[in-house]
Design a binder for this molecule. Structure first.
Ligand code: GP9
Ligand code: MN
Length: 426
């Protein structure tokens, strides 16, 4: 009991924020089309290979007057990869330090985004053309309250439209539209792309741009599949317009996690024109995050630091959903008062002024290490203590399934006896 109380108090005072801004409800009653873009990292944005843009569609989209773009948005995933990014977005909690919470704690009590949206009369679904049990999704999705999972059985694969991991993204989006049109509105639908996935294979005739030229086959291949997925997104936007779904929806694009690991640092430093030290490693963990609101006209770039834990409260804010009893480790990104750090799962972090990685505290603006006489004097230290505490709290909630002691409707803690009573009734 007292541990739940301690964590709840911490979250109330430090992380959860119910402040209302001008953006509260700007997307009220709209459908939400959330695209989890496989392995997409920011370093390809506004870049070219042999004179051709790698992501022309996203480059334009982020500049649109209907788009809110966060260039300093970091993924926070660990071993659970895509499933970790899903978990973070759905719950505004951290994934686990080891293993995938989608496998290890799929029966826990959560106060997930789909559950909250269901209560607001949203229809909720996921589209992903892979085996339904991959990452234990079928089990976890049911627990998180999704109404429907359109897995690979909902799609038609043939020799023309599939390679590598399976159905190609262009066909995936095309074939999804017929289901999307039938859904009751408003809906929240998550799309998880697949083509731009390690080892980034693509039949030559499907490539729009050249491969990169370096000692890393992975990085070389990464460019044409990034462009392929970018083209598939362009197609999807057009299909949404043709289906009459565009105007009444908001479309969110988010990179799920890195696609290029540290094994490719030599090639990456060639591409970026800079050494990959701890600082640059963290900067490379930035993934696209853009919220496109057709007709909004207030679009702009927000440079503030942001992370996947912030997505749930941010979307709820835009949709105008008040959930004063919710608990989150992330904050609505438009709020003035936010805690001052973005924590990575391994304990590294980003603040307005610093980046901490591998026990080195870097100046965020210059990228230079900050030397101090002792570790105790490092300006990163006070943040480090907060980050470690917050990650430990999130882990405790998951390992102990502690949210079952919390009544989100009433905003009250429940005793063990009350919880047992409730579980018996199920
Ligand atoms: C698999 C897809 C990719 O269904 O989501 O998973 P990943 O390897 O990126 O976690
Ligand atoms: Mn992934």
């Amino acid at each position: 009991g007292s541990e739940v109380q301690e964590i709840e108090t911490y979250m109330r005072e430090n992380t959860t924020n119910n402040e209302k801004t001008d953006l509260f409800g700007v997307a009220e009653d709209r459908n939400v089309i959330f695209v989890s873009v496989e392995s997409m990292q920011n370093f390809v944005l506004d870049e070219e290979v042999n004179g051709k843009e790698i992501t022309p569609f996203m480059n334009d989209l982020k500049e649109s007057s209907d788009t809110i773009f966060f260039p300093n948005f970091y993924h926070q995933t660990a071993q659970g990869k895509t499933s970790d990014s899903e978990f973070i977005v759905e719950n505004s909690m951290y994934p686990l330090p080891r293993g995938a919470v989608y496998f290890t704690h799929a029966a826990n009590e959560y106060n997930s985004l789909p559950e909250i949206l269901n209560e607001e009369d949203y229809y909720t679904s996921v589209y992903h053309a892979n085996n339904k049990s991959f990452w234990n999704r079928d089990t976890m999705y049911a627990n998180l309250g999704y109404d429907k999972f359109f897995d690979e059985q909902s799609f038609e694969e043939n020799e023309e439209n599939s390679f590598g991991w399976g159905l190609e993204d262009k066909a995936f989006f095309e074939q999804s539209i017929k289901y999307l049109k039938e859904q009751e509105q408003p809906f929240y639908s998550k799309f998880i792309t697949l083509t731009h996935h390690f080892p980034f294979e693509l039949p030559e005739e499907k490539a729009h741009i050249d491969k990169y030229n370096s000692n890393s086959k992975t990085l070389n291949n990464y460019m044409p599949t990034a462009r392929y997925t970018d083209e598939s997104l362009k197609g999807f936007f057009q299909q949404l317009k043709d289906a009459g779904l565009y105007e009444d929806s908001i479309i969110v694009l988010m990179g799920d996690h890195y696609g290029i690991s540290d094994f490719h640092n030599k090639a990456m430093s060639q591409f970026l024109g800079t050494e990959i030290d701890g600082y640059q490693h963290i900067q490379n963990q930035r993934v696209p995050f853009m919220i496109h609101i057709p007709g909004y006209e207030g679009g702009k770039q927000y440079d503030k630091i942001a992370g996947q834990v912030d997505v749930k409260p941010t979307l709820m804010h835009l949709l105008g959903i008040e959930e004063e009893n919710d608990l989150s480790f992330g904050t609505n990104l438009f709020a003035d008062e936010r805690k001052g750090f973005i924590a990575m799962r391994d304990g590294s972090f980003v603040t307005d002024e610093y980046i901490y990685k591998g026990e080195v505290c870097y100046d965020r603006e210059t990228g230079e290490p900050i030397e101090t006489a002792s570790e105790q004097e490092s300006p990163c230290l006070p943040f480090k203590e907060k980050v470690d505490k917050e990650l430990a709290y999130s882990d405790s909630l998951i390992y102990g399934d502690l949210l079952r002691f919390y009544d989100f409707d009433e905003g009250e803690r429940q005793t063990k006896e009350e919880v047992e009573e409730k579980e018996k009734k199920k």
